[in-house]
Design a protein around this ligand. Structure first.
Ligand code: NAD
Length: 434
């Protein structure tokens, strides 16, 4: 099929490359010319495992191109995926839909033959119905469907090529047939293909993210109780996770969630539920958000405990800047939030991350950055593990002990073995652990 992918960020670039990989003719479109120039040369504009190989493969095959024109997109494609950002609106919990609106308006104006516009961006329920009405005015031959995306940064390529499920919210059986055929390879491989109305499809995405955020905040709430009682949240999580009804995933207590999705998605859900008059139904999400943010403040306190109550004049090695490992995404990163907070309290913060340094530097130019773990550790009074990269998990407490000025460790992700670190002479603090 001839398809376009509009918005080639973390979601769209991977989607475009994967759709080309399964054999479609793909045009990726973005307003960011630098991003388009990189992609056109087969270079990923961000770090995502597997994406460089995929781009190189499709580049060679010649069925993936990039451009900046919506008119070209309208002329080229029969199916148009909308993958632009839906960030939190400034000064509000609500989602900012200006990019989605601009793309749908801009594209629909050029559509003069039957085509399918497919929203993939995460939007508040009701957005698709509003956009469908606008498309009916601007491009009566075009139809809208909503196909939320569940990929995770770090495993985005695999998640796209082998998804757990495909959810398509449609207004006609024809739209469902087009998408079933477009995703034919996945459907034939056994991926469940769920057809719903558009509102349900929009809500599936937001409900899934709300559940995941709640699960993380639940175990982090248990961590708070553990801290007050001397109990240990790690075996607690292990024990409750063995109940098949609960399951072990997303039960890792620590610094909590961040990134360009969960925080803004639960806030947008709170805002949308308010508009719909059902705020009480999701009022628990406010607490989920607050528990999550309290973990950041608690991590700053744990460091203070180790250096007698003031960060002034101390060197703090912050290990991690990305919101999660295997990504360079620093949007709403808990690690950088903690680093910035310590910096404001007078700490001499040195940040190291295997992939996210350039993005972190742009967002927080006030912090100092180094290009290696060794440089970060040298002379540190407190070392803080804030993103769970393998490189940090693999550190040898004896060797690292020789590099730092003082053996003070805050394990913000509960990935180190407290027994081994304490045995090597470290004062070890972690969230929810004695
Ligand atoms: P992103 O910021 O990385 O990418 C958005 C892209 O859209 C940017 O490259 C931007 O330049 C482009 N854009 C903005 N206005 C445009 C326009 N008028 N025309 C063409 N391009 C335009 O964001 P993302 O992480 O890829 O997220 C995109 C959407 O997907 C969001 O709604 C997000 O919630 C959702 N989502 C993201 C993920 C993820 O893991 N990143 C997963 C599932 C869903």
């Amino acid at each position: 099929m001839r398809i376009t992918v509009i918005g080639t960020g973390y979601l769209g670039a991977v989607h475009a490359a994967c759709m080309a990989d399964i054999g479609h003719e793909v045009l990726g479109v973005d307003v960011d010319e630098a991003k388009i120039a990189a992609l056109a040369e087969g270079r990923p504009p961000f770090f995502e495992p597997g994406l460089p190989d995929l781009l190189a493969r499709t580049h060679e095959r010649g069925n993936l191109r990039f451009g900046t024109s919506l008119q070209e997109a309208a002329e080229f494609g029969d199916v148009h995926f909308v993958c632009v950002g839906t960030p939190q609106r400034k000064g509000s919990y609500a989602a900012d839909l200006k990019y989605v609106d601009a793309v749908v308006e801009g594209l629909a104006r050029h559509l003069d033959r039957p085509s399918l516009i497919v929203g993939k961006s995460t939007v508040p329920v009701g957005t698709a119905a509003r956009l469908a009405a606008r498309i009916a005015e601007l491009a009566p031959q075009a139809e809208l469907a909503w196909n939320p995306e569940f990929l995770r940064e770090g495993t985005a390529v695999l998640d796209t090529l082998e998804p757990d499920r495909l959810v398509v919210g449609v207004q006609s059986a024809h739209a469902a047939d087009v998408l079933r055929s477009l995703y034919g390879r996945m459907v034939e491989a056994g991926t469940p293909f769920l057809v719903t109305d558009m509102a349900t499809a929009e809500l599936v995405k937001v409900a899934a993210n709300s559940f995941l955020a709640t699960k993380i905040s639940f175990i982090n709430a248990m961590a708070e109780v553990c801290e007050a009682t001397g109990a240990d949240v790690v075996p607690l999580a292990q024990a409750i996770g063995m109940d098949a009804r609960i399951g072990p995933k997303f039960l890792a207590a620590g610094l909590g969630f961040g990134g360009g999705c969960l925080p803004k998605d639960i806030r947008a859900f709170i805002a949308r539920a308010g508009e719909l008059g059902v705020d009480q139904a999701v009022s628990f999400l406010r607490e989920v958000d607050e528990i999550n943010l309290r973990r950041r403040a608690r991590t700053v306190e744990l460091g203070l405990d180790l250096i007698d109550g003031s960060y002034r004049g101390t060197r703090i090695a912050v290990l991690g800047a990305a919101f999660k490992p295997n990504s360079d995404d620093i949007r709403d990163s808990p690690a950088l939030d903690v680093a910035a907070s310590i910096g404001r309290r007078g700490g001499d913060v040195v940040v190291y991350d295997p992939q996210a340094l350039d993005n972190a530097r742009r967002a927080h130019p006030e912090l100092a950055y180094v290009n290696s773990l060794d440089e970060a550790l040298t002379g540190a009074d407190v070392t803080m593990v804030l993103t769970e990269w393998d490189e940090f998990q693999d550190m040898d407490p004896v060797a690292v002990g020789e590099q730092v000025a003082q053996r003070n460790m805050v394990d913000g992700r509960n990935i180190l073995d407290p027994v081994a670190w304490r045995k090597a002479g470290w004062r070890y603090r972690a969230l929810g652990r004695p």
